[in-house]
Design a protein around this ligand. Sequence first.
Ligand SMILES: [Zn+2]
Ligand SMILES: [Zn+2]
Length: 463
Amino acid sequence: MIAKKVLGLPLKGLRFAIKSRDTLTKNTFTKGVLTTSTQIKMWLSSTLNSNDVEKLTVDRASLTDIDNTIDIRELEFTKAPINWIPATILIATPIAAAIVTPWYLATHQVSAPVWGVFGAFMVWTGMSITAGYHRLLSHRAYKAHPVVKNFLLLGSTLAVQGSAFDWVSGHRTHHRHVDHRLEDPYSAKRGFWFSHIGWMLRNYPSGNFDYKNIPDLTKDKVLQIQHKYYGLWVLAANVGLVAAVGWLLGDVWGTLVLAGLLRLVLTHHFTFFINSLCHMFGSRPYTDTNTARDNFFLALFTWGEGYHNYHHFFQYDYRNGVKWWQYDPTKWLIAALSKVGLTTELRTVDDTTIKHAEVQMQFKNAQQHIETIKANGFDIPHALQSFQDRIKFEYDAFTQTVEEWQALKAKTIELKKTEFADRLHEVDDKLKHDYAKIEQKILAHNSNLKTAFRSIGHSTKAA
Ligand SMILES: [Zn+2]
Ligand SMILES: [Zn+2]
């Protein structure tokens, strides 16, 4: 018991989230009632003149109105205390890797097996985050055999990105409040530095996770143990396990430098790219209601998670790169494991729904295109008019197809409820045929839109 305390407590601080929401709520409440008046006066006095400030009577009723315009939590962001343990790890490890790795490689011979272990640990750690913490635990996109789940859990522990509880809770909040300055723990609206790494360096209000959004995980015994002794697990994996493998290879220090330190730093930043760069650079083929982007180049570093626009729109799909040709090794791993029964119930979004989202976005782009052309003052009334007419015609046809599709979906539910079991097979075949027809129509709208875009493209160039 004493040993447990000695080993468990000091290392517990390695968890990235420091306080629970209960503590935060208590603090906010105390500050809210007792000191909000002073804080708001301080805040407003920098933007309003003293007469305006005097006019404000800050009682609890008026507080609600003020909170609607100036959120008090913005103040907490400016003076958030440093998260010492994560900050030390996240700043010290890249510096150490940048100095130690070149020095070690210049002064020592590293054998091929050690490089092999470095590569294997890169794959294991990186894919454990994407296939494990992310698609399995955060989104429940598939089910995994305990062997797979625990292997991914160990790999995620090697990644030193917080316990499953913290990671998943934060990630679910990210999806729920994406881009919100106060609610999204790694909001891209606060800029590259904050979304990449800054959010972990200080104890921001948005980083205090509420485990109420992970009821499915908090009752899992293995995850409870990982959470409780997280620091111990991190050391055992990153030092103990890596050194043991190094000892087997006859090069403990080489393995610690490459498969330990360098691998840790690279994996950290490759994962962090998803929160920063994948919300900045790339295309938005499915939705433009948030900053998430699809980016092939970033998919190369993030084990397929670079298709982040798709992921934010269809988060429960086990694929992020949804097209068969899109580089998503995580989806290939999950699919391959399903062939031998180690993963099951892989969740996917049907092709028609995906295509519908894409075509819908193309119409939105067409509209924006028309506005840009008009704003740029191109003198091409005929070309623009015919483009506009084509888009309108196509949109009406598309709306009709969507209505047919919705009617078919309603009919499917009705038939499945009322038909006798022996007729279900027959009904299924007929429905499949109807769905295929709808999909064909949506594909036709897609190709008509592309033709329309090409024609206006030529016209604007000619102009
Ligand atoms: Zn995101
Ligand atoms: Zn996600």
